[in-house]
Design a protein around this ligand. Structure first.
Ligand code: PHE
Length: 477
């Protein structure tokens, strides 16, 4: 078998390496772009509250399920093979691996638009970088980016990008190629190395910018916004959105954790590791909110600006802030680092499957998957221009108005990830061999029973109900 197997030359070199890579997979655009956007659109505190509940009661137990299935799945590095293998060891139908297939497909689709959005981030890394180094060399104080320019010029930066499909295409290609370059090298020398550089840099930048925001921005108002729940603003769709976001942010339902889990050695205790991943991911999402909203409020901007929040609102804010050029550059660099470690994990799942299924080597497998995903991303870009009228799921009320990118984003996040989670929670909670699972998780006694109860009872019911009412809101009348 060509596949990377646990403990083999392709496995993680240490537990720390695995934890960093898995946190790298979890922390990404979901935390810094999507979470603050969703919180802003859904009224802040109430959304944050539901989100955290979803993470603790459903997300965290499912993180353990996925890593455990990966490691338990024999020598298979791919999500389908792992689930099939555990099913076989448990003497139940191999068909449960359909949910593994759903995960691989979701990863492939998410990667396509993820790389497009990461391309937007790159655009601002370049612009703010030019501003920063420009002001450094001209000896000007590190005042705001585009100092002295009228606000419309800064507001126009995003419009300019969206009006130029070629620029988006180039940035998308650049980001995908970077991801590909790392995954093609392998688990140990590529993925692990990248995470061990990028994640520490990311954390340093995050802490520094948050402190900066706390001193220069309206921190109190940001705190109130994020932590004072107004439950009247919670709709079934918002709850569905919170659950989908929890799955997306934790990298659940998209092959990443199963695949990364398959490279973990048998000596690693999985339960505390799952806890660290969930805690780090949620912590970063909330810190990102505390980093962004003080700046947004101080500049008098609208917290519910939607996806434009970080690409349009923040550059305006940076323009007026002390050392804004430096902060702007650091901010977009930070998002880029986070996005890269996530896209790596998005690519790795389908690549591991391609290696296993077609028996080809890692490099060609990585090239094929990245190229195919790139093409789907191109369709997303066309959705902002020539194909702006295309509605992929136009027959479905909740997707009737969404362009190609938002449709793929919405369908994977709100439908595919929860569905895979639903299937695997039933599988792990009811069908998989109990002793096998107990040994893999390393949980004993009450902790095991609690975990299993959440996986077998709460997760399937909650996910099912949220899916039904979120996707078909008219059912509630
Ligand atoms: N969790 C990543 C983020 O928050 C995205 C991701 C989803 C990565 C699924 C891997 C798998 O940005």
């Amino acid at each position: 078998m060509v596949a990377a197997t646990q403990g083999g030359e392709q496995g993680w070199s240490s537990r720390t390496a695995f934890v960093l890579a898995a946190i790298g997979a979890a922390v990404g655009l979901g935390n810094i772009w999507r979470f603050p956007t969703l919180a802003g659109e859904n009224g802040g505190g109430a959304f944050v509250f539901v989100y955290v509940v979803c993470v603790i009661l459903i997300g965290l137990p499912m993180v353990l399920v996925e890593i455990m299935l990966g490691r338990a799945g024999g020598g298979h590095a791919n999500a389908i093979g792992s689930v099939a293998d555990v099913a076989e060891q448990s003497k139940v139908s191999r068909k449960w691996s359909i949910f593994g297939g759903c995960e691989v497909l979701a990863a492939f689709l998410i990667l396509s638009f993820y790389s497009v959005v990461a391309g937007w981030v790159l655009n601002f890394v370049f612009i703010s970088g030019a501003d920063f180094f420009g002001s450094l060399f001209s000896g000007a104080p590190l005042a705001g980016a585009h100092v002295g320019e009228p606000q419309e010029a800064v507001t126009g930066l995003m419009g300019e990008l969206f009006a130029s499909p070629w620029r988006m295409l180039l940035l998308h290609a650049l980001f995908m190629a970077t991801t590909l370059g790392i995954v093609a090298v392998g688990v140990h020398d590529g993925i692990e190395k990248a995470a061990s550089w990028l994640m520490p840099s990311f954390f340093v930048l995050l802490v520094l910018i948050t402190i900066y925001g706390a001193f220069t921005g309206d921190f109190a108002r940001a705190l109130a916004f994020l932590f004072t729940p107004d439950f009247s603003r919670l709709s079934p769709t918002a709850i569905n959105e919170a659950l989908g976001q929890a799955f997306f942010s934790l990298s659940l339902g998209s092959a990443a954790l199963i695949t990364y889990g398959s490279y973990v050695g048998s000596d690693v205790k999985l339960a505390p590791t799952a806890g660290m991943i969930a805690a780090a991911d949620t912590g970063v999402a909330i810190l990102a909110g505390l980093m962004i909203f003080p700046i947004v409020f101080t500049a008098g901007l609208d917290p519910s600006a939607g996806p434009a929040l970080i690409f349009q609102s923040l550059p305006i804010a940076f323009q007026t802030m002390p050392a804004g050029a430096l902060i702007g550059f650091a901010f977009f660099l930070l998002i880029f680092f986070a996005a890269l470690t996530s896209s790596i994990s998005l690519l790795e799942g389908p690549v591991a499957w391609t290696i296993d299924t077609f028996g080809i080597a890692r490099r060609p497998a990585a090239v094929i998957v990245a190229l195919a995903s790139f093409v789907v991303g191109v369709a997303c870009i066309l959705g902002y221009g020539a194909w702006s009228d295309v509605r992929l799921l136009g027959f479905w009320a909740i997707f009737a108005e969404t362009d190609i990118l938002d449709t793929i984003d919405g369908f994977t996040g709100k439908v595919m990830l929860p569905l895979a989670g639903l299937g695997l929670s039933i599988f792990a909670g009811w069908r998989a061999d109990r002793r096998l699972i107990e040994a893999q998780t390393g949980l004993t006694g009450g902790a095991f029973l609690l975990w299993r109860g959440l996986v077998a009872w709460l997760a399937p019911f909650a996910v099912f109900l949220i899916l039904i009412f979120g996707l078909f809101p008219w059912l509630l009348g």
